[in-house]
Design a protein around this ligand. Structure first.
Ligand SMILES: [Zn+2]
Length: 258
């Protein structure tokens, strides 16, 4: 339930800010996985994206100039995840940092003997708990529906996952969902997927999903939105859980929009 002042604030934002029609059209045209959305869903997506852009700072680094079109490209994809949820799912942080391309991060971790190590990794995206989302622009525009790759959906799925603690593949479920069913379905799918990767089989999702349960949830969310029929075919129980969590059935609209 949205409390009244927040409703009023959103109406105020929507009355003063809007994504220009030419930019909105251009972004929608570049995102084939939006096909099948109804007119009302497109309107809602545009409203959530407008609120997102008002609430967040999107800053380029390493000389990258972030244009209105680039801001909209990020906002629309981020808001697809919360289309049937609410913008408040992204409330506890403010900044998106955009690099021109892949960037280097130093990850520190403690091994089982208590020794702290630093590992240098090249990344296309990163999400920090209650902190920024970091994106590589060259990856944001690398829309490859055939592989299910989508860095914006991936990083914002991590954001949803982290709403109830560190990223672990277990986002805050709705009251009518059963956490035991979620855990059982995802554990089984993860186990099958890791075995497929180990055996060198062709997998329905990026093998990176085998990294850990958090990456499995983020990658499965990418595929859920961009190649929904694939995930429904290979992991039907997981598809149902994702459909209930996101309150969306992208496979149905994909077929309807074909
Ligand atoms: Zn990830």
């Amino acid at each position: 339930m949205i409390w009244y002042p927040e409703k009023w604030r959103r109406r105020w934002i929507l009355g003063r800010e809007s994504i220009p029609e030419s930019i909105w059209r251009s972004v929608v045209d570049q995102l084939p996985f939006l096909r099948g959305l109804t007119r009302d869903e497109f309107r809602l997506l545009r409203e959530w994206s407008t609120i997102f852009l008002y609430n967040k700072k999107i800053n380029g680094v390493q000389g990258l100039v972030v244009t209105e079109a680039m801001r909209a490209m990020i906002a629309v994809q981020a808001c697809l995840l919360i289309l049937k949820l609410d913008p408040e799912y992204y409330d506890n942080w403010v900044e998106v940092i955009v690099y021109p391309g892949k960037f280097v991060l130093d990850h520190t971790y403690t091994d089982e003997t208590g020794v702290v190590h630093t590992r240098r990794v090249v990344a296309s995206g990163e999400s920090w708990q209650a902190g920024p989302v970091i994106l590589s622009w060259e990856d944001v525009v690398d829309i490859r529906c055939e592989s299910g790759y989508n860095v914006v959906i991936h990083e914002f799925a991590h954001k949803l996952d982290m709403l109830n603690g560190s990223a672990d593949g277990y986002p805050p479920l709705h009251g009518d969902m059963d956490r035991r069913i979620w855990a059982a379905v995802f554990s089984r799918a993860y186990e099958i997927f890791c075995r497929q990767v180990e055996q060198g089989e062709v997998t329905a999702m990026n093998p990176y999903a085998a990294e850990d349960p958090a990456e499995f949830f983020a990658v499965s969310s990418e595929v859920f939105f961009t190649r929904p029929c694939l995930i429904k075919q290979h992991f039907p129980d997981m598809y149902q859980q994702l459909a209930r969590f996101y309150c969306q059935d992208p496979a149905a609209r994909w077929i309807a929009g074909a």
